[in-house]
Write a protein that binds this ligand. Structure first.
Ligand code: HPA
Length: 271
């Protein structure tokens, strides 16, 4: 059973890591550099953690890193799991259940996306205000009430107070931020021009292949979420060019300094 598996994995970790993390972070595109800012690190390879899936994508290594960031205790996932790798959505989000069991009080996530909003440019940072999920839901199947309710409310998938904090920090650090709706698609293909148009019409500001399974599971277990997306290419008519994973990574890396500054400062201002 999932519940027992989560407990076992969390117990394995607790027996090896003394630090009690308060904030869980999924280091998606743009947040890789945050690792260097984590002090007193204890690192576990995903392959050494019983129950953990193993990441297969190039550019996404797999380690769970515990330590202090802005003097806050964090558990940071370096490398995440994607639905397009062949894991079901429940497996993609499994580490979030484990982090919750380890005691985290909130979840931070980042990702790369294609911009749909015509006012966006490559390099735009978009705070995720809401999402449209087009990946199968990770909560499909029998519900275990020990995690959360059968029909979770999704009015505030992304925590309004954390969004507000992000804009306060951005202003004081002179970081430009947008806010918008993230459309989650299974991938692994990037969109056809018609698909980009469709995602814009249904209300999206950016589209990507991750994050939402983890966010749904976090909300199911009552964790407030903060999400931010780096626009690495554009799905806007007249601005659509051929795109590769390498270009996404390269554009993501350019945003790293701003992203790490924003997240570390947000953490230092929490509580
Ligand atoms: N589409 C989907 N996922 C993405 C994109 C995109 O254009 N860019 C980065 N991740």
């Amino acid at each position: 059973m999932l519940y027992e598996k989560v407990k076992q994995t969390a117990e394995f970790i607790s027996a090896r890591v003394a630090l009690k993390p308060e904030t869980g972070i999924i280091l998606g595109t743009g947040l890789g550099g945050l690792v260097e800012k984590i002090a007193d690190k204890v690192v576990l390879d995903y392959s050494d953690i019983p129950g953990f899936p193993v990441s297969t994508v190039e550019g996404h290594s797999g380690r769970l890193i515990f330590g202090k960031l802005s003097s806050r205790s964090v558990a940071a996932m370096q490398g995440r799991f994607h639905y397009y790798e062949g894991y079901d959505a429940e497996t993609v989000a499994f580490p979030v259940r484990v982090m919750k069991e380890l005691g985290v009080k909130r979840l931070f996530v980042s990702n790369a996306s294609g911009g749909l909003n015509p006012s966006y440019s490559v390099g735009t940072l978009m705070v995720i205000e809401d999402h449209i999920n087009l990946i199968p839901n990770p909560l499909i199947g029998k519900n275990d009430e020990r995690f959360g309710v059968r029909f979770p409310d999704m009015r505030h998938a992304y925590d309004p107070a954390l969004i507000e904090l992000a804009f306060e920090v951005a202003e004081s650090c002179s970081i430009a931020l947008e806010r918008g709706v993230y459309v989650a698609t299974a991938g692994p293909t990037f969109e056809t021009p018609a698909e980009y148009r469709f995602f814009r019409i249904i209300g999206g500001d950016a589209v990507g292949m991750s994050t939402v399974p983890e966010v749904i599971v976090a909300r199911h277990s009552g964790l407030p979420v903060f999400g931010i997306s780096i626009v690495t290419d554009l799905g806007v008519e007249g601005k659509i060019f051929s795109i590769t994973h390498e270009e996404v990574q390269r554009e993501g890396a350019k945003a790293e300094a701003k992203m790490t500054a924003l997240i570390s400062e947000m953490l230092s201002r929490i509580n």
